[in-house]
Design a protein around this ligand. Structure first.
Ligand code: ADP
Ligand code: MG
Length: 271
């Protein structure tokens, strides 16, 4: 049964999509059968994996509206062990509709039941607001991974996330775990970063992950070219950091870290 992890924080531009895409790719490289789902109507993770309107058959939109079953929305990717479900929301009308349908918090959880057996990990890239599609993602999840970029309001956003988790636990009667807080775009020895990290450690110390992601332009370039960093520049610091994150998460959940070998990346024949 897959471990389902939401990548969420009610703030934009903190590295949610970059983390969802690159963590999913790193887990796939470790031969974990992984499914990435784009829960954000903006569709950034589809672009980051090189999907265009023409290469998308169906997505979350069709699944939420019962137009198609979830199996039909699963797309293969360049990586053998990574599958992807795009949001496939292509107009304002579609966006309004999917958000309305998502008022029912249980849709994704129900839809995932039939595919969770096929995967080791399901990673959900959430939008920068809570409720709606995020509520659906969290209701379906075993845990939440909280990426945060150091700076103003960072702590506020994490506080809001934790309050919201309490609410999700109450209304969905579910023990959702915190997978961890991940510092992204880390620039050590800058004043703002040092203060933010200190504040986060003081308040949420036990949830802070050992791995942090450095600021690394190769991560932006990779998404621009529609590839996970590991396929764009396997030697860049960003790719290495996300491999380390995957290893930390695997160790948390399996009790022992596997040896990750980025040199034996398995590419999909169908991609
Ligand atoms: P979110 O999904 O939270 O809105 P994104 O993952 O889209 O955030 O990241 C916002 C911007 O920051 C993007 O342009 C992305 O390429 C860039 N970015 C993300 N992580 C890093 C990093 N570690 N180093 C440099 N740029 C990054
Ligand atoms: Mg995003």
């Amino acid at each position: 049964m897959a471990r389902i992890i939401s990548v969420a924080l009610p703030k934009g531009g903190v590295g949610k999509t970059t983390t969802a895409v690159n963590l999913a790719a790193s887990l796939a490289v470790a031969e974990q059968r992984t499914l990435l789902i784009d829960m954000d109507t903006f569709g950034a993770s589809a672009l980051s994996l090189g999907f265009t309107e023409g290469s998308i058959r169906a997505g979350l939109y069709e699944v939420f509206n019962f137009i198609t079953g979830i199996q039909n929305a699963i797309h293969r990717t360049e990586l053998k062990f990574l599958d992807f479900i795009p949001a496939n929301v292509r107009s304002m009308q579609m966006e309004e509709r999917i958000i309305r349908v998502a008022d029912n918090r249980g849709i994704l959880r129900n839809a995932l039941r039939s595919v969770a057996q096929q995967y080791d990990y399901v990673i959900l890239d959430c939008p920068p607001f809570l409720r709606g599609l995020s509520a659906n993602a969290l209701t379906a999840s075993d845990s939440v991974l909280i990426p945060i970029k150091s700076g103003h309001f960072a702590l506020d956003a994490v506080d809001r996330m934790f309050k919201y988790l309490e609410w999700v636990r109450e209304v969905s009667h579910k023990a959702i775990d915190v997978e961890g807080i991940l510092i992204t775009m880390h620039e050590p020895n800058t004043r703002v970063t040092d203060i933010t990290v200190r504040e986060l450690k003081a308040k949420y110390g036990k949830h802070m992950l050992a791995t942090s992601i450095p600021r690394n332009t190769a991560l932006c370039e990779a998404s621009f070219y529609g590839k996970p960093a590991i396929l764009y520049d396997v030697n860049c610091r960003g790719a290495a950091a996300y491999l380390k994150l995957a290893r930390e998460i695997l160790a948390r959940n399996a009790g022992h870290p596997p040896a990750l070998q980025p040199t034996v990346i398995q590419l999909s024949r169908q991609a």
